[in-house]
Write a protein that binds this ligand. Structure first.
Ligand code: NDP
Length: 311
């Protein structure tokens, strides 16, 4: 049983991502307080947002609030969507050189006239708290300690906790990840491989996807399509991590209403799964909690301090 398991509240087999994220933030707040008391220093996260995308604005606001809530310094740089790529690269360069800034996050997606790969590549890998820089992706691929992308890291924490709660281990399990993006699918696959799972990465060209999923002890969905994974694609007793966040419209007596759903048909899957993350309140809250986790790790490495246990 891991320390994480002791703080996780569960309703039946539904993994309480929101509760787990809250407990993680509480532990991080204690680390921040200890760092302040011992060294008089405060970790600082700077988020850069370009343009007015409403979903990105909500995410950035929430990242800033949660950074402050655990006692860290939060800075936000808001730029108009007329900003040129060169101007953004100059700002990233300034942040790389600023000794007060420990973590840099450039909110994606960027406007179409910018290359997100080029911008991410410009971030100092030691301050790349999203873990998207090729140096951090490479470290993960070869099993070195680097900064791991937040959503897969949070998904792994929930999965480890759920597996431990059943007195089980990840080693040797067959894991299927549906989705191969650089930010979720691929790093998730690397993390599970590093945990000695036998990993399959499925994508839009995968044949017989239902059958592939039905063989999975661990099924991770990162597709971006509402309820795409049908209930009967889930093996009895599988662990299911639903990364997807999709907004759909549902009819209500008051008229159509927006609702968030995952990539998995939750109602169809929940009685087959041994444990399953809901949407919302599953993986989503873990992403920001792991961003804070990564900022503390980056701060400690930059200041040559020991990284607190569990971070
Ligand atoms: P991308 O669009 O970058 O990748 C989607 C992946 O799904 C691709 O690899 C694609 O395959 C695959 N795919 C698409 N259609 C099919 C299909 N019919 N059959 C099999 N595979 C398919 O998405 P992201 O990885 O960025 O995000 C995935 C989901 O996770 C989204 O809902 C997103 O909102 C959510 N998300 C949630 C986060 C959180 O905090 N919880 C954070 C990040 C993302 P191919 O490569 O062949 O095109």
């Amino acid at each position: 049983m891991t320390a994480f398991h002791q703080v996780t509240a569960r309703r039946g087999n539904i993994i309480d991502g929101a509760g787990y994220a809250k407990a993680l933030r509480d532990r991080l707040a204690a680390h921040v307080a200890n760092l302040k008391a011992a060294h008089g220093l405060t970790p600082c996260l700077t988020v850069v947002i370009v343009g007015e995308d409403p979903a990105s604005q909500v995410y950035v606001k929430s990242k800033g609030e949660m950074t402050q809530a655990i006692g860290m310094e939060s800075r936000t740089i808001r730029l108009p969507d007329t900003t040129s790529e060169d101007e953004l690269l100059k700002i990233v360069d300034d942040l790389n050189r600023d000794p007060v800034v420990n973590g840099i996050l450039v909110q994606l997606p960027l406007p179409k006239h910018m290359s997100s790969l080029k911008v991410i590549d410009a971030i100092n890998p030691d301050k790349d708290v999203d873990g998207f820089h090729v140096i951090n992706a490479g470290k993960l691929a070869v099993g070195l300690d680097g900064i791991v992308p937040c959503t897969p890291l949070g998904s792994l924490m929930l999965l480890k906790d759920a597996v431990a709660a059943h007195g089980d281990t990840l080693a040797g399990k067959s894991a299927v990840i549906v989705g191969r993006s650089n930010i979720v699918g691929k790093p998730m696959a690397q993390l599970l491989l590093n945990q000695d799972c036998t990993v399959t990465i499925a994508h839009s060209k995968t044949k017989n996807l239902a059958e592939v999923c039905q063989g999975a002890d661990i099924l991770v969905a990162a597709v971006g399509r509402p309820k795409f994974i049908a209930g009967d694609w889930v093996k009895d007793g599988a662990y299911v991590i639903d990364v997807g966040i999709n907004r759909i419209e549902v009819a209500t007596p008051e008229g159509p209403k927006g609702k968030l759903v995952g990539d998995v048909d939750f109602d169809g899957a929940k009685d087959r799964a041994l444990a399953i993350t809901p949407v919302p309140k599953g993986v989503g809250p873990m992403t920001i909690a792991c961003l804070l986790n990564n900022t503390i790790k980056a701060f400690c490495l930059q200041n040559k301090l020991p990284v607190p246990e569990g971070v």
